[in-house]
Design a protein around this ligand. Structure first.
Ligand SMILES: [Zn+2]
Length: 124
C-alpha cells in the first residue's frame, strides 16, 4: 500500500519534502536541495519564482505601514524613533516568514502538479 502524502500545507510550512514530509526541502536560507534525502524526490520541478517574495512584501507592507501610520497619527514621534521602531519589525515580517512561504509554494506546486504553461504548438 502506498504511503499517504503529507498535507502540502504542513510539509510546506515546515520546509519538508512534499512527497514524504520527512526530508529537508531547503539548504541554507532559501536554496532548494537537488533532491529529497529521505525518498529521493527530484526537486528540479521546484520553481517558486517571485511568489514567496510578493506575499512577504504584501504582508510586511500592510503590517508595517499600517502600524507606522497609526503611531504617527496618535503619538507624532520624531523620525529617528520611527527608524528604531520599524527596522526590527520590517526584518521580522520579511525574513521570518520567507522560508516557510517558499516551502509552502513549492509543496503546493508539487501537490497541484503546477508547471510552466505550454502551448500545443510547442509539441513535436
Ligand atoms: Zn521525500
Amino acid at each position: 500500500m502506498a504511503e499517504l502524502q503529507p498535507s502540502p500545507i504542513r510539509a510546506g510550512l515546515a520546509c519538508r519534502c512534499p512527497r514524504c514530509g520527512k526530508g529537508k526541502l531547503l539548504s541554507g536560507f532559501l536554496e532548494v536541495r537537488p533532491n529529497c534525502e529521505a525518498c529521493g524526490l527530484d526537486y528540479s520541478f521546484a520553481d517558486a519564482g517571485d511568489g514567496p517574495a510578493i506575499f512577504v512584501i504584501m504582508l510586511a507592507g500592510f503590517v508595517v505601514v499600517a502600524t507606522a501610520l497609526i503611531v504617527e497619527v496618535k503619538y507624532e514621534p520624531p523620525l529617528w524613533l520611527h527608524a528604531v521602531l520599524w527596522t526590527p519589525l520590517i526584518l521580522a515580517t520579511t525574513l521570518l516568514p520567507l522560508r516557510a512561504l517558499k516551502g509552502l509554494m513549492i509543496a503546493l506546486q508539487y501537490h497541484h502538479k503546477a508547471a510552466e504553461g505550454r502551448s500545443d504548438r510547442d509539441a513535436p
